[in-house]
Ligand binder design. Structure first.
Ligand SMILES: Nc1nc2c(ncn2[C@@H]2O[C@H](COP(=O)(O)OP(=O)(O)OP(=O)(O)O)[C@@H](O)[C@H]2O)c(=O)[nH]1
Ligand SMILES: [Mg+2]
Length: 473
């Protein structure tokens, strides 16, 4: 994250940046956006067909060379003047991502080559783009709204195909439309209240039942969006899933199996794992952060005490707990303690070591309360059944819903404000308050929607979103 300062994002400047990852690669792209894009390109680019690059048609591709000496002096294309052989794409205003003149130079992907091209562009009058500045311009120039800007972030960060699908839907504008429709409905009601307040002599009749119904509908929609925040976070940040259980239950064995590699040490000595180990996996399209923990519940030294502390920490933040039991042993004191500790958590109980004779017995209460699965982490050939159960445990939280919406923390806060002002309006109508109250709270609702979509933009929101972008986006 970098410091955001609105003053650094001057919209009249022509900006440039490397858009691709700065590493050795087959190709790299340098972008330029702004009024001077084409004239700058003209000074450093020699097209093979000798056309005037400033006058070419929109959306055309040009083959040629980036050169590092003043073009007027170039008689023939001498190799020492050539920086790279490139393809240049031209996107003229307003038909570009930023709605300004945009040039993209595709060169070979060496870090030095790309830096040299950027240096040349800077020398000819552009400045280096700030993080997210291309997207910032797209937003300011009305090409995208704040929901779409957030979707770009989520798309770039997506860890699973599902997150890609949902963020590209939001980028397409599906969620923007939902909020626009909502705004339209509320605005209708708002206008009616305005008319009734401003022209009392007209005696504008007001169908309160209908109004209440519309509000009810709007509130329902908002609540659905609020509910989708949990699953949306899971999809973007990953489900935090912690494996707990007494020593030797087979936690590390299961952890390794889920990762499909020998990541941690497994042994028959109790207390093998003495730390919390985190890895990322993908279960049926859900990114899962999985934690192996220490099974020691009564620490004896600094290390085990620290391990228990860390286990408690990840346990408290977990979205899902996998509580593992050694099925070949009787229920122990530690098992009972952990059962009690997980009673308010989203938990899957795993009776492990089913390849051995089963000795464990649970009370009816535990059986009623939790989901069980019997398995052998060591011997089972496929873990599909287990993974399905993990998926289902999250599925209940609505992860499979098609109308998830990705918001940043400020938009989330505004969504909560929106829900609150809508229920206030409902309440005012129900209690027959004067129309001024209804009118005021509707105004609040409309303002919240404007802040979510970016129609009303505060510096705080801009800071929150654009400091998370990378340079060149
Ligand atoms: N027979 C059998 N043995 C298993 C199974 N799962 C794990 N084990 C064995 O149980 C022992 C303990 O396994 P670990 O995975 O190290 O157990 P843990 O829960 O991580 O133990 P700590 O790290 O000490 O808390 C090892 O010898 C494993 O091979 C199973 O399904 N069947
Ligand atoms: Mg272990």
């Amino acid at each position: 994250m970098s410091e955001f300062n609105l003053k650094d994002y001057k919209i009249s400047d022509t900006i440039t940046a490397i858009a691709t990852a700065p590493s050795k690669a087959a190709l790299g792209v340098v972008k330029i956006s702004g009024k001077k894009s084409l004239s700058i390109l003209d000074k450093i680019f020699v097209p093979k067909n000798k056309k005037d690059i400033k006058k070419v048609k929109n959306f055309t591709l040009h083959y040629g060379w980036i050169i590092n000496s003043p073009k007027s002096k170039v008689q023939s294309l001498k190799s020492e003047r050539i920086v790279d052989e490139v393809l240049v794409s031209i996107m003229k205003a307003p038909h570009s991502y930023t709605t300004e003149d945009v040039v993209e130079v595709s060169s070979h992907g060496g870090v030095l080559v790309l830096n040299q091209i950027v240096e040349l562009i800077l020398k000819k009058g552009a400045r280096l783009a700030k993080p997210g500045e291309f997207s910032y311009r797209a937003l300011i120039n009305g090409r995208i709204d704040l929901l779409q800007a957030e979707a770009i972030l989520k798309l770039v960060e997506a860890k699973t195909p599902k997150a890609v699908l949902l963020s590209s839907r939001q980028l397409k504008g599906e969620n923007s439309k939902k909020l626009k429709d909502l705004k339209k409905d509320l605005k209708n009601i708002f206008i009616q209240t305005e008319a009734a307040i401003n022209f009392p002599e007209e005696d504008i009749s007001f169908d309160k039942t209908n109004l209440r119904k519309s509000l009810e509908k709007a509130l329902k929609k908002v609540k659905r969006l609020q509910k989708s925040q949990g699953p949306a976070d899971v999809l973007t940040q990953g489900l935090r899933c912690v494996i707990c259980g007494r020593s030797n239950a087979g936690k590390s064995t299961l952890f390794n199996r889920l990762l499909r590699q020998e990541r941690v040490i497994v042994s028959k000595v109790p207390g093998t794992t003495r730390d919390v180990i985190e890895e990322s996996i993908n279960i049926k399209g859900i990114p899962v952060k999985i934690y192996d923990t220490a099974g020691i519940l009564e620490p004896e030294d600094f290390i085990t005490r620290k391990a228990l502390q860390k286990t408690n920490q990840v346990f408290n933040q977990a979205d899902l707990v996998i509580l593992l039991f050694d099925g070949s042993k009787k229920l122990s004191k530690d098992d009972k303690f952990l059962l009690d500790k997980t009673k308010d958590k989203n938990t899957i109980l795993v009776i492990n070591k089913t390849d051995l004779p089963e000795k464990i017995k649970f009370g009816q209460k535990d059986i009623d309360q939790h989901k069980f699965i019997r398995m052998s982490a060591l011997k089972d050939n496929d873990l599909k059944r287990f993974e399905k159960m993990v998926y289902k445990a999250v599925y209940r939280k609505g992860i499979d819903k098609k109308d998830l919406i990705f918001l940043n923390q400020y938009q989330k806060k505004e969504l909560d404000n929106l829900a609150e002002s809508l229920s206030n309006t409902k309440e005012y109508l129900k209690k027959d308050y004067t129309l001024d109250f209804v009118n005021f709270s509707l105004k609040d609702s409309l303002e919240s929607i404007g802040k979510i979509t970016g129609e009303i933009i505060g510096e705080e929101i801009l800071e929150n979103i654009f400091s998370n972008f990378c340079i060149g986006k």
